[in-house]
Design a protein around this ligand. Structure first.
Ligand SMILES: [Zn+2]
Length: 335
């Protein structure tokens, strides 16, 4: 057991990989190695893992919403170990009901027991939607996106959307004026004029895409990538802008959709489908953004593997494995 733990620790240190599943593996390995006696089963609850691995913003989340599904954890563990020699496997006891929490532990894989068949990649992923108000808007965005959301037809919403429309119109008018001024400049076109023209057009396209376009696009697409200036600097990962109807009103809010990559166990975030996919928004693995690509369905929160190559032997996950059971209040137990 000790040798397998040391081996896993060395592999994780030599191959730093981003993603919750790998952070959890490193935490569990270190905790197991810190014990004077490395033998025996040390079980972890989701809350312990969240406290040990989650960032300060993540610690306010429900542990069961934060922890990757068991398949992603097993997949990450499988990829972090050599095919032969002493190997560890991830033990899991699903929770259910009050006070009965899910438990995770590392144990030695019996020789000849090839667990890899059980952790073949699935072709689907399940997205999580961040809780309301969990994404912090920037100081400017807080003026209208209070708690990260606004009702479109409230005073604040109308004021803001009017500003967006007006600013977009002014921006287009400024570009037109600039082009007009350049076209009526007497004399031949100089290199200076050409540079000004190119910089003006590039600047226009950049500002348009970063500041104004998402607000027009979200009306039809329902979910778009949020412009960077909307989120606080403390938010490390990008997020999305979602427009939805609730009752009689339409709302706009900041939200983050994420999932666990079924191939490598790392995190999936939504990004543009360009240049390799036809969809405007796809789920891309942060460790392999062009090899582990999934579709995104806002209503079912499901994604299907898109390519470029199909994972070997697709395996449909059983519902009990897909997400930890509810009520994952946690403490570490030893036995
Ligand atoms: Zn991946």
């Amino acid at each position: 057991m000790h040798e397998a733990l040391q081996q896993l620790k060395a592999h994780l240190a030599a191959n730093p990989t981003r993603g919750r599943a790998y952070d959890i593996l490193a935490f569990m390995t270190d905790t197991c190695l810190e014990r004077p006696n490395h033998e025996g089963k040390l079980t972890f609850e989701a809350e312990t893992l969240l406290t040990g691995c989650g960032g300060s913003a993540e610690r306010e989340k429900e542990p069961k919403d934060w922890i990757p599904n068991i398949r992603a954890l097993r997949r990450a563990l499988n990829l972090s170990q050599p095919k032969s020699g002493p190997r560890l496997r991830m033990g899991y006891q699903p929770g259910g009901g009050r006070g009965n929490v899910s438990l995770y532990w590392l144990e030695l894989e019996p020789e000849g027991d090839n667990q890899s068949a059980e952790v073949e990649p699935s072709t689907t992923v399940i997205y999580r939607r961040s809780a309301n108000g969990s994404i912090r808007p920037s100081i400017v965005a807080r003026l209208f996106l209070r708690q990260g959301e606004m009702r479109n037809l409230s005073v604040r919403g109308i004021s803001f959307l009017s500003i967006v429309l007006l600013a977009s119109a002014i921006w287009v008018a400024m570009l037109a004026l600039m082009l007009l001024a350049l076209s009526v400049t007497p004399g031949p076109i100089t290199t200076g004029n050409l540079i000004i023209l190119i910089l003006t057009v590039l600047g226009f396209v950049f500002i348009w895409r970063e500041f104004w376009q998402p607000w027009f696009q979200v009306v039809n697409d329902c979910v778009v990538k949020a412009p960077l200036w909307l989120t606080a600097i403390s938010e490390k990962n990008s997020c999305e802008l979602e427009m939805f109807r609730q009752g009689k009103y339409r709302w706009t809010r900041l939200v983050r959709f994420s999932a666990d990559c079924s191939i490598c166990g790392s995190n999936i975030e939504l990004r543009s489908g360009k240049p390799d996919q036809n969809l405007p928004l796809v789920g891309r693995c942060i460790e392999s953004p062009y090899a582990h690509v999934y579709s995104f369905d806002r209503m079912t929160l499901q994604g299907i593997y898109l390519g470029p190559s199909t994972p070997s032997k697709p395996h449909a996950p059983s519902p009990s494995e897909e997400s930890p059971a509810e009520g994952a209040r946690c403490t570490t137990q030893t036995s």
